[in-house]
Design a protein around this ligand. Sequence first.
Ligand SMILES: [Zn+2]
Length: 201
Amino acid sequence: MIIAATVLETAHGKFRVSTHGVEGSPERCLTMSQGDLSEPGTVIRLHSSCIFGEALLACDCDCGPQLATAMQEVNRRGSGAIVYLYQEGRGAGLDLKIEGMERQRLRGINSYQAYDSLGLPRDLRDYSLAGEALNDLGVAKAVTVMSNNPTKLKALEELGYTIQSQFALSYEVSQRAYDYLLMKQVEGDHSLDFGKINFVG
Ligand SMILES: [Zn+2]
């Protein structure tokens, strides 16, 4: 059910925002949406929170640009919804995410290997609250998904949605930012998926 709702003006457009939850549970997720969501093929994204990438502009992931691009895409179309799920560290929480990051830093391993070494499943995310939120918003059962994550696509299908189409988000960086990111990849231990970044001169 919708717990609270308002309208938010952002750098990426004006969105309806609301929190969603289920009776008797303090757990919440947030949605940002625009326009009519009942049309089949409406665009959606299930976005997992990443305070480092989104708020602190960390350079070792693309969560911030992904969220910004998803908001821009909804705004460009004039309709769509982003479900923002509090799933730090693929659902492990911020404490374990940071412990994993420290193991990555000290041992030169990737985040999946770090989770293995902590005895954690590689992905602990649960999408039931996303289903609640999509239902609250009256989103059509046939959707277009902004994601190339097969786990999220499967979760949506299990929630009763048909994936009409899906696409990976891409985003652009300036020459200066591109050079900076490339330098950090070469000189530092930052990993970036350049395949998803469109260079603009
Ligand atoms: Zn991130």
